[in-house]
Design a protein around this ligand. Structure first.
Ligand SMILES: [Fe+2]
Ligand SMILES: [Fe+2]
Length: 275
């Protein structure tokens, strides 16, 4: 994908909110290669709903300051899309519990630490800049999900969930950014958001994966082998680090990475481009 292009017109349109009604009843316990990749993906799944509610709260705080009707409509669509993502990802909680995983103690710890202890200590502009940074990282992961073949190996229901979510993340990738640009465009505020957001994402993601892997009981040797195989296929964090680097550029804007066609192509392929 070309980098550094001017904003594409399509990304400034108003994203559609789609209700999916997915079900994960017949997804096997190891649905993505082996335990390491399955639980790395499951851990991201269990971070999403509360994380996305935080994104919505962070942007909602600034609603009274948004007067541009197009930006306001994009913000409302962003709320709708994130709400819909949280709803579908919570069904994965049910799937994991039905598979015998105990999630609640970890989820309570995660929500208390991230959103009661940390969030409340951050001023609104930093909460928004953390959201903007995490939206950028989500859009980078989304591009990987839609352009790399790895997810072809996932169970079809989980693949459908992750690729639909990915496409919508690309559709709304610049909404929170445009709000931050309007209310606090200072470079250091955006950089501080990435420093805190990236650190928190890595910390909670790794912690969630460890919690699930401990319950899976896979021996370390098998995990190391699977990690090696994943790295050989290019399934590692390189793209995430590249996304952090691109974010450091003073003139960065999410629409400079023109991924609209990738999202549109996927949504057309499932017949949901128009909603
Ligand atoms: Fe989302
Ligand atoms: Fe998002």
């Amino acid at each position: 994908m070309p980098d550094g292009m001017p904003p594409a017109d399509g990304s400034r349109s108003i994203p559609r909110v789609r209700k999916m009604g997915m079900s994960f009843d017949d997804v096997p316990r190891l649905w993505f290669y082996g335990p390491f990749l399955t639980h790395t993906a499951n851990a991201l799944n269990i971070l999403f709903p509360a994380g996305e509610r935080f994104f919505v709260r962070s942007v909602k705080h600034y609603l009274p300051q948004i007067s541009d009707p197009l930006l306001l409509a994009r913000v409302r669509a962003f709320f709708g899309q994130e709400g819909s993502h949280g709803h579908e990802h919570e069904r994965v909680f049910d799937m994991l519990e039905a598979q015998g995983f105990e999630l609640r103690p970890w989820l309570e710890w995660y929500e208390r630490t991230a959103f009661e202890l940390l969030e409340k200590r951050f001023p609104p502009n930093l909460r928004l800049s953390v959201t903007v940074a995490l939206e950028h990282l989500t859009a980078a992961l989304a591009e990987v999900a839609l352009t790399q073949p790895f997810l072809d190996e996932a169970h079809p229901k989980m693949r459908e969930l992750l690729r639909w979510h990915a496409a919508e993340e690309i559709e709304h990738r610049s909404v929170a950014f445009d709000v931050l640009q309007q209310v606090d465009p200072r470079y250091w505020v955006r950089m501080a958001g990435m420093a805190f957001g990236f650190g928190a994402l890595m910390f909670f993601w790794r912690s969630g994966a460890r919690m699930l892997l401990a319950q899976e009981g896979t021996d370390r040797k098998r995990l190391r082998e699977e990690q090696r195989e994943a790295r050989a296929r290019g399934q590692d964090r390189r793209q995430l680090f590249a996304a952090v680097l691109s974010y450091l550029r003073p003139g960065f804007h999410p629409d400079q990475r023109d991924t609209d066609a990738v999202a549109r192509e996927y949504l057309s392929s499932i017949g949901r481009l128009e909603g």
